[in-house]
Design a protein around this ligand. Structure first.
Ligand code: GAR
Length: 217
């Protein structure tokens, strides 16, 4: 049985594409039932349509409050009765009522080595800080923004001639590897959230999550 999944996006959907590809190559046992965007007309919606996946738009600009938007988003997602909700470049702050409803079954990908650089402009912030490494994290979503337990991180080097764009490109290559991996762990029943820990194969993962070091590749 495949794991019924809904993917939320706000933009280009390259992570969605990686998940679609993994699904069609049989690399992950998720079944993407619907792709929901808070922005109309984004490339990610075209990617879903091309793959034969139902799409829906819940435009946040049409709602008076964050709460009202989240209630409608939740109703839209729950039509599909998903076992897993994947945030793939979904750029909205979510209310605790929403995140609590999906506790232990909602994943996010964030372009930094969390807990470093929560929020926006992560690549530039890593460069400005003079870091020699950067990366990306997949984590369970909790009420704390970019704060739920880490599942997996990929570490990339920061080179002396990097700018935010070149660094983002290197990080994104890793995003497209680790997000399908994490989804597959969940689909296989190997991954769960217990309290504020991520547990893989019965063992609590370290605070960093499982670490893939791509610096020597
Ligand atoms: C990705 O780089 C993802 O890590 C980031 O948005 C991008 C979406 O790209 N997410 C966040 O910053 C969440 N805080 P995509 O639409 O091509 O997958």
């Amino acid at each position: 049985m495949k794991t019924k999944t809904v993917v939320l996006i706000s933009g280009s959907g390259s992570n969605l594409q990686a998940l679609i590809d993994a699904q069609s190559n049989g690399e992950t046992a998720i079944s993407i039932e619907s792709v929901i965007s808070n922005r109309p007309g984004v490339l990610g919606l075209d990617r879903a349509t091309k793959a034969g996946i139902t799409t829906q738009v819940v435009d946040h600009t049409l709602f008076e409050s964050r709460e009202a938007f989240d209630i409608q988003l939740k109703a839209t997602i729950d039509q599909y009765q998903p076992e897993l909700v994947i945030l793939a470049g979904f750029m909205r702050i979510l209310t605790p009522a929403f995140t609590n409803h999906y506790a232990g079954r909602m994943l996010n990908i964030h372009p930094s080595l969390l807990p470093k650089y929560q929020g926006l402009h992560t690549h530039q912030r890593a460069l400005d800080a003079g870091d020699d490494r950067h990366g990306v994290t997949v984590h369970f979503v909790t009420a704390e923004l970019d704060g739920g337990p880490n599942i997996i991180q990929a570490v990339v080097p920061i080179n002396t001639n990097d700018n935010a764009e070149s660094l983002a490109k290197r990080v994104q290559q890793q995003e497209h590897i680790i997000y399908p991996m994490a989804a597959q762990w969940f689909a296989e029943g190997r991954l769960c959230m217990q309290g504020n820990d991520a547990v893989l194969d019965g063992s609590i993962l370290p605070t960093s999550g499982f670490v893939m070091d791509a610096r020597s590749q």
